[in-house]
Ligand binder design. Structure first.
Ligand SMILES: O=C1O[C@H](COP(=O)(O)O)[C@@H](O)[C@H](O)[C@H]1O
Length: 266
């Protein structure tokens, strides 16, 4: 790893020389969280995103993780989904299935995808209802400070505009406090209709990992992590601030290139 440290209030920073090194570290990190969660709770409730993240998780499909991870204990969810058919190239489910889930022995009934045959509003309601059932049985843990689900791990990517999941800058859903899962029909990034976890759910997780690579995202990484004043306090990635859980940033050198190094300790 090129650099690792803890920012004074933005969590752990893990900066990597290249994508290969990042992928290796990310696979090891997820495998360790899975092992700890299975040991403690008997299951691992993980929510994933779409985009470049899935490719960067690829080493989980290889030795040793394809054999050593207790895949049968994984319950997989989506932090966000696009309202398209599951067979569509834009589907986050399809991306994860093709790139990850079809290559490891996850139990098909533990894959909790979002309904693709109803409206965005209905799909968000359905998904929240489904998550609530799994919180009742404690397949998903519950926060001890709110009634929110406490996922063992939520994995997020970040766009160059600072969006995470389908929470976009200046969008009213950033203020959503009551719903766990909501929908938008006006995404600035195509496709326009999307389902997303809300910030209270993301911030209730035991672990949140944000994975960001590439120079085009360096400015957003700077705004999401460094002390840059009040202007960027509403940047979605900056609003990711787990209440009690752990936040970790997996960056490559290019994405980290505009960070102010003075704010974190080794
Ligand atoms: O639209 C989305 O974008 C973000 C970021 O994607 P990336 O390809 O720039 O890494 C992704 O995390 C989110 O799940 C997806 O719906």
């Amino acid at each position: 790893m090129a650099h690792s440290g803890v920012h004074k209030d933005r969590g752990e920073l893990r900066i990597h020389e290249n994508l290969d090194e990042l992928g290796t570290d990310l696979a090891e990190y997820i495998a360790e969280l899975s092992e700890a969660s299975v040991k403690e709770r008997g299951v691992f409730a993980i929510a994933i995103s779409g985009g470049s993240l899935i490719g960067l998780m690829g080493k989980l499909c290889e030795a040793p993780y394809n054999k050593t991870v207790d895949w049968a204990k994984w319950y997989v969810f989506w932090a966000d989904e696009r309202v398209v058919a599951k067979t569509h190239a834009d589907s986050n489910y399809k991306l994860a299935k093709d790139g990850l889930l079809s290559k490891v022995p996850v139990v098909p009934s533990h894959v909790n995808s979002i309904n693709d045959s109803v409206s965005a509003e209905e799909a968000a309601d359905d998904y929240e209802f489904h998550v609530r059932q799994l919180v009742k049985t404690r397949t998903i843990n519950v926060s001890d400070t709110s009634d929110c689900p406490k996922f063992d791990l939520i994995l997020l990517g970040m766009g160059s505009d600072g969006h995470v999941a389908s929470l976009f800058p200046n969008h009213p859903v950033l203020d959503e406090k009551d719903e766990w899962v909501t929908f938008i029909t006006d995404s600035p990034k195509s496709p326009p209709e999307r389902i997303t976890f809300t910030l209270p759910v993301i911030n209730s997780a035991s672990n949140v990992v944000v994975v960001v690579t590439g120079e085009s995202k360096a400015e957003a990484v700077h705004l999401a992590i460094d002390d840059v004043g009040a202007d960027c306090l509403s940047l979605p990635a900056r609003l990711v601030q787990p209440t009690k859980g752990k936040l970790a940033w997996f960056l490559d050198k290019l994405a980290a290139s505009k960070l102010d190094g003075s704010q974190f300790s080794e």
